[in-house]
Design a protein around this ligand. Structure first.
Ligand SMILES: [Zn+2]
Length: 454
């Protein structure tokens, strides 16, 4: 017998289904990890093994975070990296990150995921590209399992150090054959290609300025052999574009195309400086973009042309990016920032609140190459979150609670259900002792910065 869960009486249920239904007094009937029915409470079965009464709550599909570096939660607001652009910021931080340990990967993943979960995110990708002192992607994967988040673990890498004209110090780069071998091991050990997968592995060299052409090309071949996705950073700012032109004689988009890095199984972070030809290429090939507005503002990278990308048909999702270039991993805040920043760049109708929410749900799902998350409809994964509409932040905005979630001050969830399991209840994580996690995180963060001598 499947275990059943009834969600009832939601003030408003935002489905993101094909009709984009927003249902007053809505709910869902769930069996195990998937939605059987979504609609008005009165049309649903009246009992279940477990019942969640969502009276006074807004219920939405779980948000999808498409770009992050969770280990960076250990190095927020580092004085030497507070006021630099991308390359200078990285150069200062590499020295600290060289002292990361497996324990630090574990704790920072938990802290980052806790912050994401409490802010409405149920599926996250993480791009870990530095593996000093025995650190492994397995450390992140174990942490994700413990906390209960749906996870796309991206095996990042850096292979071109300063000696070879790259940006990272030689001490933190890996050999390319070792990178490919470990990526293959991770795919074979962990990757679940099935529907409702809680864990997928992604092949993800860090960026064109930290790996070789050969690794980019071989990574794409490996990913295609196993049917896993590809992810990297691209066209992040003007210096990134200049590096590409000087080193490869191509724009970042041309470079990506040349190496097989386009397609529905590829997504690139940032793309702030993606040109018109690049936008057309991405639209034509279904190549996705992770839009990270806070990070782009923090590093003064610019305003990504999300409005133009979406008009052209490019799949776009939201990413909080690493916590050293955002210093926060609050998903609702990131959605709000996406809306505000597009308007700064392209006018008041450049993005609506509902469009911002759609990008953060359906958009993120598409970018991660999934069709089983991002909407609340029969056959979809049971991933949803609720917000208590009696919070001060929403006072005076209840005539449109959906828009309120994006326009008003960023809120935390009261409930989060992932894969049919309750991960946040009454605003508290059910899977880990968050106080203890944060205490250990702070202790290890202090040790990390001290070890670097900065
Ligand atoms: Zn990034």
């Amino acid at each position: 017998m499947p275990r059943s869960l009834l969600v009832k009486n939601a003030h408003m249920l935002v489905t993101m289904d094909e009709q984009r239904r927003e249902i007053c007094d809505g709910g869902m009937y769930i069996e195990d990890n998937r939605i059987v029915q979504a609609g008005p409470t009165s049309e649903l079965p009246q009992t279940a093994d477990e019942v969640l009464d969502m009276r006074g709550h807004l219920v939405i599909p779980g948000l999808v975070n498409t770009h992050h570096h969770m280990y960076q939660s250990l190095t927020r607001a580092i004085p030497a990296a507070q006021n630099a652009e991308l390359f200078g910021w990285l150069t200062n931080l590499y020295k600290i990150w060289a002292h990361l340990t497996p324990d630090m990967i574990d704790i920072s993943t938990k802290t980052a995921m806790a912050e994401l979960l409490l802010s409405g995110c149920t599926t996250s990708s993480d791009h870990l590209y530095i593996y000093p002192n025995g650190s492994r992607l397995d450390d992140s994967i174990a942490a994700a399992r413990e906390i209960g988040m749906r996870f796309h673990a991206a095996r990042g890498s850096m292979s071109v150090g300063r000696r070879d004209g790259g940006l990272p110090p030689d001490s933190v780069v890996e050999k390319e054959d070792a990178i490919l071998k470990d990526s293959q091991r991770l795919i074979e050990t962990y990757h679940d290609e099935g529907r409702y997968a809680m864990l997928r592995v992604v092949v993800a060299p860090c960026s064109p300025f930290s790996v070789s052409r050969e690794l980019m090309r071989d990574a794409a071949l490996l990913a295609r052999e196993y049917g896993v996705s590809l992810h990297t950073h691209l066209a992040e700012n003007v210096n990134d574009v200049a590096y590409s032109r000087e080193k490869f004689g191509m724009t970042p988009a041309e470079y990506a195309e040349d190496l097989g890095w386009v397609g529905h199984d590829v997504w690139h972070a940032h793309c702030v400086q993606l040109d018109k030809a690049g936008i057309e290429l991405f639209a034509r090939t279904g190549t996705g973009v992770a839009h990270c507005p806070c990070s782009n503002m923090r590093l003064a990278s610019g305003i990504a042309p999300i409005h133009a990308m979406r008009d052209a048909g490019v799949p776009v999702g939201i990413g909080v990016d690493g916590s050293a270039s955002n210093d926060g991993a609050q998903m609702v805040a990131e959605v709000r920032q996406a809306l505000l920043l597009q308007r700064v760049g392209f006018g008041p109708d450049a993005m609506t609140a509902r469009e911002a929410l759609e990008i953060a749900t359906l958009g993120g799902a598409k970018v991660l190459n999934r069709d089983d998350i991002g909407a609340l409809a029969p056959g979809m994964a049971a991933d949803f979150v609720s917000f208590d509409l009696s919070q001060t932040a929403f006072a005076g905005a209840l005539h449109d609670p959906v828009a309120a979630l994006v326009f008003c001050a960023p809120s935390q969830v009261s409930t989060s259900v992932i894969d049919g399991k309750i991960v946040v209840k009454d605003g508290r994580l059910t899977t880990v002792d968050l106080g203890a996690v944060v205490e250990r995180h702070n202790r290890l963060a202090r040790g990390l910065v001290e070890a670097s001598g900065l």
